[in-house]
Design a protein around this ligand. Structure first.
Ligand code: PHE
Length: 450
């Protein structure tokens, strides 16, 4: 059956189309919302340094792992493993699919908050009392309705197909995000808090890193995987629509660089805003504080209403260009495996995921635990398995695939393979150990459900 459906597989219309789609997946709430606030929570510039190292040294090589599997397999992330002759590893693709479902369920709830904040910026309704506004839109019927709208848009884009939906939407959204963020960053330089914000953001205190190694590394590594959409099978799915003449290292490099620039840029927008109205402390902490702190700042700044509106529109584009990639993982699997139509599948999977997300509209405690569970546990495990698989079980095929369509030399491939065999697994095991310890401490001290 698989071969019948394989014949109709779409491919990206152009190299840049693939890059936009993959950047769209990578650039999301993780860059613009979570990154500045994780930085604020974990000691400012110290976190930034560890995060950048994690992206370059572990994230980039891991992205190439997913690309190699996807393009070689030319199938959805579960069947790709079988196509390349290692069917017993399909569960790794399945694990990513599971993480995608779970993540989209909650991602869409937060996407719904963003929709409410766009409306709130237009009407000015959060300016008076940002805390109460957040409470009203993040839980209860408003949250459910906004979650439904966000999911409906996601379903609509995915139903239109890989080129007609995903590629077309991201080719519009990514340039828009870049232009608007640069504009916001330029505006932020004029704020009174700008210098203090930049200092906090950019002057690392290496003592802080040394003393807090165990608490900085797991979130930094988790953030690196999450922001690059690694461990979710998303990049396997996207690379499966690639042509042979694309250079995987060059495309991967471009995607990592643009994604990192967007996160850095988001910091240049958020920190001046926070320091103009108080400081970073108000923003460190759980999911909601970020929305409350920013909304509070917009309420107190000149032109805050229009700036707030633009900021949340950027956040919406970023969230949507990511959510479509999360939905594409189950949709690609179900359409290829069972032969159902894409549109029907997108609706059915989307509705199911919507229902899974509904409990997260009851309150935000759950979201914090869920976040840590994915960041500190599921993602590192998936990445560890991927690295062991490619490094030790499919190394010859992987080296061959990495070289196709690319001019990288043999030494790049050799170093990559060695790195994937040794450095990546060791780094991930250390992270996993530290992360599980932190999760356990959090659970037993009642930090989540206390
Ligand atoms: N990378 C996205 C972000 O930073 C999140 C995401 C993860 C999207 C996994 C797709 C897959 O927000």
């Amino acid at each position: 059956m698989a071969s019948i459906h394989m014949a109709q597989r779409e491919t990206w219309t152009s190299r840049i189309g693939f890059i936009f789609a993959a950047v769209g997946s990578a650039v999301g709430l993780g860059n613009i919302w979570s990154f500045p606030f994780q930085t604020a929570t974990n000691g400012g510039a110290a976190f930034l340094v560890v995060y950048l190292l994690a992206v370059a040294l572990i994230g980039f090589p891991t992205m190439l792992i997913e690309f190699v599997i996807g393009r070689r397999g030319e199938q959805n992330p579960v069947e790709a493993f079988r196509k390349i002759g290692h069917g017993q590893w399909s569960f790794v693709g399945g694990l990513g699919l599971f993480s995608s479902l779970l993540t989209l369920a909650f991602y869409s709830v937060v996407g719904g908050w963003v929709l409410s904040y766009i409306v709130g910026s237009a009407t000015g309704s959060y300016f008076g009392d940002p805390g109460t506004y957040f409470g009203a839109v993040s839980a209860g019927p408003t949250a459910v309705a906004a979650h439904a709208v966000f999911m409906a848009i996601t379903i609509g884009i995915v139903a239109l197909g890989v080129t007609g939906g995903i590629e077309r939407a991201t080719t519009f959204m990514i340039p828009a995000i870049l232009v608007l963020l640069v504009g916001l960053g330029a505006w932020a330089t004029t704020l009174e808090g700008a210098t203090a914000g930049y200092n906090y953001y950019l002057s690392p205190d290496f003592g802080v890193i040394a003393n807090n190694f165990g608490t900085i590394v797991p979130p930094a590594m988790g953030q690196a995987f999450f922001t690059l959409s690694l461990g979710f099978s998303v990049m396997i799915a996207y690379a499966s629509y690639l042509g042979e003449d694309d250079s995987l290292p060059a495309d991967g490099g471009a995607i990592v660089v643009v994604n990192t620039l967007v996160a850095l840029l988001a910091g240049f927008v958020v920190f001046p805003i926070l320091f103009a109205t108080g400081g970073a402390e108000g923003a460190s902490g759980g999911a909601g504080t970020a929305f409350v702190a920013l909304a509070g700042a917009f309420g107190n700044l000149p032109a805050g209403q229009i700036i707030g509106f633009v900021f949340f529109v950027v956040l919406l584009f970023a969230a949507l260009s990511s959510s479509i990639s999360l939905l594409e993982v189950p949709v690609s699997y179900i359409t290829e495996h069972y032969g159902y139509r894409r549109s029907t599948t997108a609706v059915a999977a989307g509705v199911f995921i919507f229902l899974v997300g509904v409990p997260a509209t009851f309150g935000t405690t759950w979201l914090g635990f869920y976040n840590d569970f994915v960041f500190k546990f599921l993602l590192p495990i998936a990445v560890l398995l991927l690295a062991v698989f490619i490094g030790w079980f499919a190394d010859t095929d992987a080296m061959d695939e990495l070289g196709r369509g690319s001019s990288v030399g043999g030494s790049f491939k050799t170093i990559w393979l060695w790195w994937v065999r040794t450095v990546v697994p060791i780094a991930v095991v250390v992270t996993l150990y530290l992360g599980i310890k932190a999760l356990y401490t959090g659970l037993s001290s009642g930090a989540y459900f206390g």
